[in-house]
Ligand binder design. Structure first.
Ligand code: GDP
Length: 420
């Protein structure tokens, strides 16, 4: 957390090796005497765009990340999901860590990435349906937001404030949980921006998973206008400002070991990051053809398609390169990739492929086979998702189509009802 220091030259003492070098920076906040104190790791990310992703932590290896919530059973839990990676950002084990007394607020973040004409209440209903099967108890509210554009964040804060007000004796703490990279830190910054109108308090955000390395505790008093549930009348009666004793805990993201993004190098991952919008491209896929998505996944149309053209329509919501070819040729291309050869049509990761890199990448494997029908040509009938790197919507008018889904290692891909 960027900590305000009382004078222009002061800085707080580092607490561990990662904070060995402290950098003080001019803040954008209103108070010119406030200096941001930034740890070395955050400085590297903000100024040199450097950080090594760590994909090897998962909730199973690292239960203490969520385990500590058990000690605060009345806390509010903000479960943040990424609309770009809904399946990949679901915390399946969350119900093992929270009990009946926790109240869960679902936050679907990054909706600014979706095309402008998307009906957001439909996205909310979609996620609610998806969560029904996940076994998470006590979902009391659901918000569709963009932390980056500060869209929907005021409404979320108002809801949190109202929930905290119900506990007049001691308003509960808030736990922010979610997979790495869903935008938890960005959401905290958006809430701070609402509280202060400036950016003098800020947590570091970065496009590569693993930005937050430990639980960050932020006194809720910092969010005074946004989350502190005391009215000016109450403050006056108490003879001034009422200090909120609560804490917001920003937890380190839980890594998703199934995410296909883990096979990309940091610079490749940055290339695929949707900026500023998710790119959407539509193709016709003929029977016997395959759609390759960046050397990480593939969809084969095995049978069926439109009676007249023999095609299905596929809309790719991803920044990975897309290549359509005969399934036989696609097999040969993936074999060349596995042998460490550079296959330009599949880059990245092919762009920097070497035999050494190929040796550690898993082979393309079959995930699942699906029979689809779509009488309503204007709507997609299914999405094929590739965790961490996007999805493909299948549309077009056809009575019958058989598709096969493949991914590196045979994991992190599957089919879901259409999001749009
Ligand atoms: P955390 O690991 O959950 O704390 O994720 P961060 O807050 O570090 O965000 C990960 C990446 O997602 C960063 O590059 C953010 O700028 C980006 N991000 C976060 N929220 C949004 C959002 O609402 N819209 C978009 N487009 N990007 C976002």
């Amino acid at each position: 957390v960027d900590t305000p220091a009382p004078t222009k030259t002061t800085s707080s003492a580092p607490t561990d090796s990662t904070t060995a070098a402290i950098n003080t920076e001019e803040s954008n906040g209103a108070d010119p005497n406030v200096r941001r104190v930034v740890c070395k790791r955050c400085h590297e990310m903000n100024h040199h765009h450097r950080i090594a992703p760590n994909w090897h932590r998962d909730v199973a290896d690292d239960p203490e990340v969520l385990e500590f919530m058990k000690s605060k059973p009345s806390a509010l839990v903000l479960h943040v999901l990424d609309v770009y990676d809904l399946q990949g950002s679901l915390l399946k084990g969350l119900s093992n860590f929270i009990g009946h007394q926790h109240r869960v607020i679902l936050v679907v973040n990054k909706v600014d990435l979706l095309p402008k004409d998307v009906h957001l209440p439909r996205v909310a209903t979609y996620v609610q349906r998806m969560m029904k099967d996940s076994g998470v108890l006590n979902i009391v509210a659901m918000h569709v937001v963009s932390a980056r554009k500060v869209h929907g964040v005021r409404e979320l804060c108002a809801d949190l404030m109202a929930l905290r007000r119900r506990f007049t004796q001691s308003p509960p703490d808030i736990y922010m949980v979610g997979r790495a990279n869903v935008g938890k830190s960005e959401l905290i910054n958006a809430m701070l921006r609402i509280s202060y109108g400036g950016t003098q308090y800020k947590v570091t955000t970065f496009p590569i998973p693993g930005t937050t390395c430990d639980v960050v505790e932020i006194p809720l008093q910092r969010f005074r206008k946004a989350l502190v549930p005391y009215t000016p009348g109450e403050a006056q009666r108490a003879g001034g400002e009422v200090i909120d004793p609560g804490t917001l805990y920003d937890t380190p993201g839980v890594f998703n070991n199934y995410s296909l993004a883990k096979y990309l190098k940091p610079d490749e991952l940055k290339l695929t990051w949707p900026k500023p919008h998710l790119s959407v491209s539509t193709y016709g896929l003929k029977c016997g053809q395959s759609l390759c998505i960046g050397g990480l996944g593939r969809i084969d149309l095995q049978e069926g398609g439109d009676a007249a053209t023999g095609r299905i329509m596929v809309s790719v919501f991803s920044n990975l390169p897309v290549h359509i070819t005969q399934t036989k040729k696609a097999n040969a291309m993936f074999n060349r990739l596995a042998a460490g050869e550079l296959v330009p049509d599949l880059h990245p990761p092919g762009r920097t492929m070497t035999p050494a890199r190929a040796a550690v990448l898993p082979r393309l494997k079959f995930v699942s086979s699906h029979t689809l029908a779509n009488e309503n040509a204007t709507m997609a009938c299914a999405d094929v998702y590739f965790m961490g790197v996007g999805w493909v919507a299948i549309a077009g008018r056809f009575k019958h189509a058989v598709i096969q889904v493949h991914s590196l290692g045979g994991r992190g891909a599957g089919i879901r009802p259409p999001l749009m």
